[in-house]
Ligand binder design. Structure first.
Ligand SMILES: Nc1ncnc2c1ncn2[C@@H]1O[C@H](COP(=O)(O)OP(=O)(O)OP(=O)(O)O)[C@@H](O)[C@H]1O
Ligand SMILES: [Mg+2]
Length: 145
């Protein structure tokens, strides 16, 4: 997969569709970091991404509970969906973030990933969301390091 892309979406469905395609095809890295202001489409993307992994349960935003976990069909691992908007770096240890990031079977998707600070793994994909003046949403993604 070419890991430097910019995509414009005109609807939430399109944003979820981009996520679904990536969920369908992702081999590695297993950590996806999401950046962008409130309401730019991060959770919408993750809903499609989970569908692409074969997860059929409804994916809710983890805004208030910080982390949600889903079984991945035909896999020993989990999809961990984190929203760090309300989290400080000093609280990451007790959330178990390090175990999630180091589990080779699991996939970790993180909204407001800049809050990871020093915990940000080198092997990751960075996905940045913004809303354009015309109301379309822009999604840029590239391999981290
Ligand atoms: N092209 C588009 N892509 C994504 N979302 C869109 C688009 N057009 C409109 N929307 C709407 O924008 C909102 C995006 O909300 P979403 O919860 O995905 O954002 P978020 O980035 O996760 O926000 P937060 O930082 O609060 O968690 C949804 O209500 C969605 O329907
Ligand atoms: Mg969200």
């Amino acid at each position: 997969m070419d890991f430097s892309h910019k995509i414009i979406t005109k609807s939430a469905q399109e944003t979820a569709g981009v996520g679904e395609e990536i969920g369908n095809n992702l081999k590695s890295p297993r950590v996806l970091c999401f950046y962008g202001e409130l309401g730019t489409g991060k959770t919408t993307f993750v809903q499609g991404f989970a569908k692409g992994l074969g997860i059929t349960s409804r994916l809710l935003s983890p805004t208030f509970i910080i982390v949600r976990r889903y079984n991945i069909p035909d896999s020993a691992g989990f999809l961990y969906h984190l929203d760090l908007y309300r989290v400080e770096e000093k609280d990451l240890a007790e959330l178990g973030v390090s175990d999630m990031l180091s589990d080779p079977d699991s996939i970790v998707v993180i909204e407001w990933a800049e809050k990871l600070g020093n915990w940000l793994p080198k092997d990751r994909v960075d996905i940045t969301f913004s809303v354009l003046p015309n109301g379309n949403h822009e999604i840029r993604y590239q391999k981290g390091n």
